[in-house]
Design a binder for this molecule. Structure first.
Ligand code: ADP
Ligand code: MG
Length: 687
C-alpha cells in the first residue's frame, strides 16, 4: 500500500483547477495523468527575455519586454494579411504588433489606443518596420512580466498552450509534500544538489543542471534499488540444485554442431543450475544467434534431474513456433513437451493441467497462461523467458515466486543493448552473450529507398515471388496515438498487394484474433502464402528460412533496434537476402544517419552502441519507440554519468539496511513508490 504522504502526488490531474474533460485528453497524451506527472513534466528549454526601456535598446531577433502605447489599428484587408497594431515606445519609436487570423479580435481588446501596455515577445524587422508577431504576453502593469524574464517552454500536445501548461505545473508544484531525504547526505553535498522539492521547483524555473541531475538521479536510484532488492531477495531464496547426467542431451539430434558461443553459454548455465541459489541469468544474443537451442539444453538438464521446465514466450505465435522447434529437436529424447496458451480452454486445458501436476509433462511451452494461479506444477525447477524485454521486471518476479522452491530463471533477449544500459535494465543479473552467429549466414543486402519509388519496389517484389521465394512487408505500428492509422495503413497496403498478387498474400496484425493470426502465419510458414503483410507482431523470433526479402515501410518511424530485429527475419536460409527500408519524405538528419547505420553493419551490438552515440546528440529519450531504457526522466548522458553512482549507492543501502526500515530506508521506500518501482517494496514483505 502506498504511503499516505504520497497521496497528493497520485491524485488525478483533473483535480487541477482548469482541467476538465476537454483538457484531460491532451494531458493524457503527454502522459500527465497524475499530479506527479505534471510536476515532473520538465521544460524542453527556456526563453530568456530582456527588459528594455525603449526600442533603441533592443536587438532584432531578441526576446524582449518593453512598454508600448498603441495608437492605431490597421485591420487586415483580406484573409491572409494580418491585423497590425501600431504602437510607440517612450521615445516615439514605432513598432507593429502583428496578429494573424482570429487573433485580431484579441488584439483589439488587448490594445485600447492611448493606454500603455507591457509586451513580451521577439523583436523582428519587416521592411523598415520593427514588429513583434503574436506577443507572448501583454499586461497592463510591468509586475507580472518583469518577474518572469525567464520562461519555460514545455512539450505540448494539441489543445494545450504554454501558459495553460505552466499554470498546471505551478498548481502541481504547490501541492508537493515535504518528503524525507533518500539520497545520502555526502552525495548531495558533493554534487551541490538541492533537496527533492526544491529540485523540482528549480528545474521548472531555469536551466538548473544540479536540480535536473538530482531528479534524474532519483529515478536512476529508484531503479537500481528495486533491482538490487530483487537480487537480494533472490539470494535469500532456495532453488533446487540441478545436476543433469547428460543422458537426454546425448540423444538430441541437432542437425548442426553448436557454435563456440552456444557451448560457452550452456556451460555457464549448467554451472548456475548446480547451485542452491536460484539462477538469475540473461542470455543475450542477436537475432538468429541460436538462443532456442541453448534454452533447450538448459531445460533438458532440469528434466534429467527429474524436474520440470517451462518456457514463456511473449506471443502465441512464438509459443507455437518454440513448441514445434523443441519437439522436432527433442523427439529422439522421448521428453514430453506440451503447449498451453490462452486459447486452450475446457477439457484440453484440464488435461494439460492434470499432466503437469502428475509430472507426465516435462516441459511446458506457452504464453503467460502458463503462470496463472490455476496452473500447478509437480516440480518446476527452471523457467525460461524468451524476449525478456517484452515482460516487465515485476511480471518476471511473480513468475519466479511460484512454489516453495524458487525456480531457476533464464531470461533471453535479442535486443542488443549497450553495456551501460544492461545495468540499468537488468541490474546485477549475470549475462551470457552469444556473440557469434552460426556459420554460413550471408550478409543481408540492406538498401534505403524513397517511398515514391513504390511501384518499382512492387515490381521487384513480383520478380522475387515469381522466383519461388517469400517476402515480408512491414507497415509501421508506433506505440500509442497512431495505432488506428497504422492498422489502416497495413490493411490498405494488404488490399493493394492482394489485388496484384492474389491469395498468396496474407495479413497479420495485433488486432486479429489469435486463430486468424496463427492461420495466416501457418500458411506463410508452410509456403502456401508467399507474401506476409504485417505490423511489428512479426518482430521477434519468427523463423521462415525461405523468406528472403524484407520491405519496411516508413522505416524512419521505427527504432534502430526494432529495424534490426525486423531485418533479422530474413537471411535465415542459404539464399541471399535483401532488406528494403522505404523512407518517407520528412527524414531528419538523425533519421538519415540511423538508416545509414543499418546499411553499414549487421552487428546488433555495434548498432546499439552507435545508436546510443547518435542519441547523445540531443534527441530526447522519451520520443523514441524502441523503449530500450526504462527511464522517463534520466537522459542518456545522465544515465552514463550517474547510473554507476546510483548503483553503488543502492548496493550500500541494501547491505546496511536490507529491510529498508531505518530512516533512510523508509525514505527510499517512498522513492520506490514515487517512481512506481514498488514491486521492490513488495519483495521486502514477501521475503
Ligand atoms: P534466436 O532465437 O537467437 O534468434 P534461433 O534459436 O531461432 O535464434 O535460431 C536461428 C536459426 O539458426 C534456427 O533456424 C536454428 O535452428 C539455427 N541454428 C541455431 N544454432 C545453430 C548452429 N549452431 N548452427 C547452425 N544453425 C543453427
Ligand atoms: Mg528466438
Amino acid at each position: 500500500m502506498r504511503p499516505d504522504t504520497l497521496n497528493p502526488l497520485f491524485a488525478e490531474s483533473d483535480t487541477l483547477e482548469g482541467v476538465g474533460p476537454k483538457l484531460r485528453k491532451p494531458l493524457n497524451k503527454l502522459g500527465l495523468t497524475r499530479i506527479r506527472d505534471v510536476a515532473y513534466h520538465l521544460p524542453d528549454r527556456f526563453v530568456q527575455r530582456r527588459a528594455i526601456a525603449d526600442l533603441d535598446e533592443g536587438v532584432v531577433g531578441e526576446q524582449v519586454v518593453v512598454a508600448l502605447t498603441p495608437f492605431e489599428h490597421r485591420a487586415s484587408p483580406n484573409q491572409r494579411a494580418p491585423h497590425r497594431v501600431l504602437a510607440h515606445d517612450a521615445k516615439g519609436n514605432v513598432c507593429a504588433l502583428v496578429y494573424f487570423g482570429k487573433a485580431a479580435f484579441t488584439a483589439r481588446k488587448l490594445f485600447p489606443p492611448g493606454e500603455v501596455r507591457w509586451v513580451a515577445g521577439r523583436l523582428e524587422q519587416y521592411d523598415q518596420w520593427l514588429q513583434i508577431v503574436h506577443p507572448e504576453h501583454v499586461a497592463d502593469t510591468s509586475a507580472g512580466l518583469l518577474g518572469h524574464l525567464i520562461e519555460p517552454v514545455y512539450p505540448l500536445a494539441e489543445g494545450l498552450t504554454q501558459p495553460k501548461l505552466a499554470d498546471f505545473v505551478h498548481q502541481a508544484l504547490a501541492r508537493l509534500p515535504e518528503l524525507p531525504e533518500w539520497i545520502e547526505p555526502g552525495l548531495l553535498d558533493r554534487h551541490g544538489w538541492p533537496g527533492w522539492r526544491d529540485a523540482l521547483v528549480l528545474a521548472h524555473r531555469g536551466e538548473h543542471q544540479a536540480a535536473r541531475d538530482r531528479l534524474a538521479y532519483d529515478e536512476l536510484f529508484a531503479n537500481a534499488l528495486a533491482l538490487m532488492l530483487v537480487r537480494a531477495d533472490n539470494r535469500r531464496r532456495r532453488g533446487q540444485p540441478l545436476a543433469g547426467d547428460g543422458r537426454l542431451r546425448d540423444t538430441l539430434a541437432l542437425p548442426f554442431p553448436l557454435t563456440g558461443a552456444q557451448r560457452r553459454a550452456i556451460g555457464e548455465i549448467e554451472g548456475d543450475l548446480t547451485q542452491t541459489a536460484p539462477m538469475l541469468r540473461l542470455l543475450q544474443g542477436d537475432v538468429g544467434s541460436g538462443k532456442t537451442v541453448v534454452a533447450l539444453e538448459a531445460m533438458l538438464v532440469a528434466v534429467e534431474a527429474g524436474a520440470q521446465a517451462a518456457m514463456l514466450a511473449p506471443t502465441e505465435l512464438l509459443a507455437r513456433q518454440h513448441f514445434d522447434t523443441l519437439q522436432r529437436f527433442a523427439a529422439p529424447t522421448g521428453v514430453r513437451i506440451a503447449l498451453l496458451t490462452g486459447r486452450d480452454k475446457g477439457r484440453v486445458r484440464e488435461a494439460i493441467l492434470m499432466d503437469l501436476l502428475n509430472g507426465t509433462i516435462d516441459i511446458l511451452v506457452g504464453t503467460h497462461a502458463i503462470f496463472q494461479d490455476s496452473v500447478a506444477y509437480r516440480n518446476l525447477a527452471l523457467v525460461v523467458i524468451d524476449e525478456q524485454h517484452r515482460f516487465g521486471v515485476g511480471q518476471r518476479l511473480l513468475l519466479t515466486q511460484k512454489g516453495k522452491v524458487t525456480p531457476h530463471c533464464l531470461a533471453m533477449t535479442a535486443t542488443p543493448i549497450p553495456r551501460t544500459l544492461t545495468l540499468a535494465q537488468y541490474g546485477e543479473m549475470y549475462v551470457s552473450r552469444l556473440d557469434e552467429l552460426p556459420p554460413g549466414r550471408q550478409a543481408i543486402d540492406t538498401r534505403v529507398v524513397a517511398l515514391d519509388r513504390l511501384s518499382e519496389v512492387i515490381d521487384g517484389l513480383a520478380r522475387h515471388l515469381d522466383g519461388g521465394q517469400q517476402a515480408y512487408w512491414v507497415c509501421p505500428m508506433v506505440r500509442g496515438e497512431h495505432e488506428d492509422d497504422d492498422l489502416a495503413a497495413a490493411e490498405t497496403r494488404f488490399a493493394t498487394l492482394r489485388a496484384r498478387f492474389g491469395d498468396q498474400v496474407e495479413l497479420v496484425h495485433g488486432q486479429l484474433r489469435a486463430e486468424q493470426k496463427d492461420a495466416a502465419m501457418e500458411r506463410f510458414a508452410a509456403g502456401d502464402a508467399r507474401l506476409l503483410v504485417a505490423t511489428t507482431v512479426i518482430e521477434v523470433g519468427v523463423d521462415v528460412p525461405n523468406a528472403t526479402l524484407m520491405v519496411v515501410e516508413q522505416a524512419e518511424r521505427f527504432g534502430l533496434a526494432q529495424l534490426h530485429q525486423l531485418r533479422g527475419r530474413v537471411g535465415r536460409g542459404s539464399e541471399k537476402s535483401v532488406c528494403l527500408l522505404l523512407r518517407g519524405e520528412a527524414l531528419s538528419e538523425v533519421g538519415r544517419q540511423r538508416l545509414a547505420l543499418l546499411r553499414e553493419t549487421q552487428d546488433g551490438f555495434r548498432l546499439a552502441e552507435a545508436d546510443l552515440e547518435l542519441r547523445g546528440g540531443g534527441e530526447l529519450l522519451g520520443t523514441r519507440q524502441s523503449g530500450d531504457t526504462p527511464f522517463r526522466l534520466a537522459e542518456l548522458e545522465q544515465i552514463q554519468r550517474l547510473l554507476p553512482i546510483a548503483h553503488d549507492d543502492a548496493r550500500l543501502l541494501v547491505e546496511r539496511d536490507g529491510g529498508l526500515t531505518g530512516p533512510r530506508g523508509e525514505a527510499a521506500r517512498l522513492l520506490l513508490y514515487l517512481f512506481e518501482r514498488d514491486w521492490g517494496v513488495q519483495l521486502l514483505r514477501g521475503g
